[in-house]
Design a protein around this ligand. Structure first.
Ligand SMILES: [Zn+2]
Length: 79
């Protein structure tokens, strides 16, 4: 009987600043970041395909990440 070693890795990639906005979580005016989050799984340290690729608005103050729909992401990225 072997032991299966597995886990996940999270990677955040900040794409662009969305300017100073009101964060609904911490109630502060903060510079929100348009961020892509990727979660990779790995088994025996062999990476698997990315399991998800959330697009989020990240608050640098409280660290809350609000998930965006593809439409919202597109609009924010272009705007
Ligand atoms: Zn916040």
């Amino acid at each position: 009987m072997g032991i299966i070693i597995y886990g996940v890795k999270r990677k955040l990639k900040e794409e662009k600043s969305l300017g100073v906005q009101f964060c609904p979580n911490c109630g502060k005016q903060v510079e929100l970041q348009l961020t892509r989050e990727k979660v990779y799984g790995h088994v025996y340290y062999i990476p698997l395909l990315p399991m998800s690729g959330w697009k989020v608005k990240l608050c640098p103050n409280c660290g809350v990440a609000a998930k965006l729909t593809p439409e919202e992401y597109k609009a924010l990225k272009q705007g």
